[in-house]
Design a protein around this ligand. Structure first.
Ligand SMILES: Cc1cc2nc3c(=O)[nH]c(=O)nc-3n(C[C@H](O)[C@H](O)[C@H](O)COP(=O)(O)OP(=O)(O)OC[C@H]3O[C@@H](n4cnc5c(N)ncnc54)[C@H](O)[C@@H]3O)c2cc1C
Length: 293
């Protein structure tokens, strides 16, 4: 093989890129990191990935991994902490480290796929007729609550402060529809109880209160997994997401030969299908860029 590249991340973006570079006969090594398969391994059934019906996140990621390996990609179970080392060892690099949802550390991780979610676009439809809560005070909390009202019988937003951080336009949605979304101010989630989410322990104005719940969604932000790139800050924006768009190369960063795709770039859509699309774009770009050199 004429060229060899490294892909950092084995989520949908990294694996989609590897399927394309592998098929293009580029020697491809995927660094899998601490979460092989990425964020989808945390969830149960996937309903919105085209062509996939009745399969779970872990199953989907296993078949993407096998497909990448079928075309020659090698998986290395290592976490990368030095981009320069990879640049010296490979002809090009694709960054696909994804992002993680901000958590509160109140034991919520035990409830992934059991009533706890950080993606209303992905999971709202599983809460038809249910009683759900959303944690957060920004635009995304209101947007998520709004998405949930299409399905859930009751939606309550838990806001830490006594006012929203959200834009006035978003707040208007709530004010105009008081019957759809309730708000609890000065409220912190302290604990989740049950085999799956059944009860929430809240601190409301300093007083402990228990409420019954079928689901709890966090909308308190995402953190791109780009901490190790702080030395390469020219390729990061002020929130730590990777910036792309270098000359004729939409997916190349400001470092020649370093491309990026998926949730480490995208703070807007954050879907498996969009991450896959960006991974494919990065793969096609890196292939053409290598040939153009
Ligand atoms: C609970 C949950 C449910 C979801 N459900 C859906 C759904 O139903 N449908 C949908 O479309 N989307 C869903 N999403 C969103 C979807 O999972 C993401 O948009 C998608 O996984 C992003 O893909 P990615 O490849 O960019 O990143 P990720 O999936 O985040 O993968 C990142 C990869 O990078 C690796 N990595 C990170 N840092 C390093 C490093 N330094 N060195 C090496 N490797 C590294 C990680 O180990 C991981 O393998 C859900 C997300 C969550 C959290």
């Amino acid at each position: 093989m004429k060229y060899k590249i490294a892909i950092i991340g084995s989520g949908p973006a990294g694996l989609a890129a590897a399927i394309y570079t592998g098929r293009a006969e580029i020697d491809t090594t995927i660094y899998a990191g601490e979460e092989p398969g990425g964020q989808l391994t945390k969830t149960t059934e996937i309903e919105n990935y085209p062509g996939v019906i009745g399969r779970t996140g872990p199953e989907l990621m296993l078949s993407m991994t096998e497909q990448a390996q079928k075309f020659g990609a090698k998986l290395v179970y290592e976490t990368v902490d030095d981009l320069a080392r990879l640049q010296s060892e490979y002809d090009g690099v694709i960054l696909a480290m994804g992002a993680s949802s901000r958590l509160l550390g109140v034991g919520e991780e035990r409830y992934w796929g059991k009533g706890f979610s950080t993606c209303a676009v992905c999971d709202a439809a599983f809460y038809r007729g249910k009683n759900v809560y959303v944690v957060g005070g920004g635009d995304s909390a209101i947007e998520d609550a709004w998405a949930l009202t299409k399905f859930a019988s009751s939606v309550t937003i838990l806001v830490r402060k006594t006012e929203f951080k959200a834009s006035k336009a978003m707040q208007k949605r709530i004010n105009d529809n008081p019957d759809k979304i309730k708000v609890m101010w000065n409220t912190n989630l302290k604990e989740i109880r049950g085999e799956r989410v059944e009860e929430l322990v809240l601190d409301v104005n300093g007083v402990e209160q228990m409420v019954k719940a079928d689901g709890i969604f966090f909308a308190i932000g995402h953190i791109p997994a780009t901490g190790f790139l702080s030395k390469n800050s020219k390729i990061l924006d002020e929130n730590g997401y990777v910036k792309t768009g270098n000359g004729d190369w939409p997916t190349m960063t400001d470092i020649a030969g370093v491309f990026a795709a998926g949730d480490c770039v995208d703070h807007r859509y954050r879907q498996a299908a969009t991450a896959v699309g960006m991974g494919v774009q990065a793969a096609l770009d890196i292939e053409k860029w290598l040939e153009s050199k």
